[in-house]
Design a protein around this ligand. Structure first.
Ligand SMILES: [Mn+2]
Length: 318
């Protein structure tokens, strides 16, 4: 696995400024659309690095994790696809996330499909575990991503990342870094779900995580939902991991995703949610996943995603 790094010397010049690590992991084997591998490049073309710098952050590291470009096949011994390849990328990403958190940077993992969360959450979990501290997770998604190889209709690992992180699924991913589970279910929250597989409903009930559906957002408003999400995931924690699957938003505004689901979050709701996360001062690591530039409309989704990420990092309207 090749990793290229560009260290930014400005951190030494401004030791008290907050820094951000940008970790590109162009995973595509977690789903059926190879275009997801172009996500990190499209976010950078849309001005991601410049916009984060303009907010006053130093970019402590930019890492491009090498993802194999051979197409993997179903294995006879597992209904989950491409597990060895995803596991290898996950290990590299986990190391980068842990190292970024150790140096005090906000770790931002740029996908790529949502199988990326297996590695990023593992890396974050190891960081808190070694410090004997706890952390919470807020996972924005149209889908549950809580399938196991047995319940998944497709075998696609991008629909299994939350289950893996909670200790369920293919052992090669569940046991990454030698410990499991990576998450405390009592501090794990799903927001925005509206498209679940039958097996996922059962698993959500069994593991006891909190799930806010689109109906909850419609009934109570995003502000209320996020207040409750922060009460759960942010209670007595040293930090929060935010896993943002951009398909949580409505495909009318974010068409560049592999698995669109109608009836999603609008731009103002998403901006509010991310502003509230910034105000909490708890966010230490972020995934931005499932942008598929091949399906986008003139980079509309990429630009909107960069704008939202800015709000998660402190951009204000006034
Ligand atoms: Mn997802």
């Amino acid at each position: 696995m090749q990793v290229t790094k560009r260290q930014d010397a400005s951190k030494e010049a401004n030791p008290h400024r907050q820094s951000v690590a940008l970790l590109s992991a162009p995973l595509y084997m977690g789903g059926k659309h190879r275009g997801a591998s172009m996500g990190p490049a499209a976010l950078k073309v849309a001005g991601l690095v410049e916009r984060i710098s303009d907010l006053g952050y130093d970019i402590s590291r930019q890492v491009d994790i090498d993802v194999p470009h051979s197409v993997c096949w179903w294995e006879k011994d597992s209904p989950a696809k491409c597990v060895p390849e995803i596991g290898q990328v996950s290990l590299t990403l986990a190391d980068e996330v842990t190292a970024s958190l150790e140096e005090g940077s906000i770790a931002i993992a740029l996908g790529g499909d949502h199988s990326l969360a297996v590695g990023s959450i593992a890396g974050a979990s190891r960081f808190y575990r070694e410090k004997k501290k706890s952390f919470g997770l807020i996972w924005f998604d149209a889908h549950g991503d809580i399938n196991t190889p047995e319940t998944s209709p497709s075998g696609n690992v991008h629909g299994m990342g939350l289950a893996v992180s909670l200790g369920r699924g293919d052992k090669r991913l569940v046991d990454l870094l030698g410990f499991a589970p990576k998450l405390d279910p009592s501090k794990t929250v799903l927001v925005g779900i509206r498209d679940l597989d039958p097996g996922e409903r059962k698993i959500i009930a069994e593991v006891g995580i909190k799930a806010f559906t689109m109906s909850d957002i419609d009934r109570h408003g995003m502000e209320n939902v996020m207040e409750r999400a922060l009460q759960i995931a942010g209670k007595d924690v040293a930090g929060l991991h935010v896993s943002l699957d951009i398909d949580v938003m409505d495909p009318d505004i974010v068409p560049g995703v592999s698995t669109p689901a109608v009836g999603g979050v609008n731009f103002r709701e998403m901006r509010l949610a991310l502003e509230m996360l910034y105000i909490s001062k708890l966010v230490r690591s972020i995934d931005v996943v499932e942008l598929n530039p091949a399906l986008d409309d003139r980079s509309k989704s990429a630009h909107l995603t960069v704008e939202l990420l800015e709000h998660c990092l402190g951009k204000t309207l006034l």
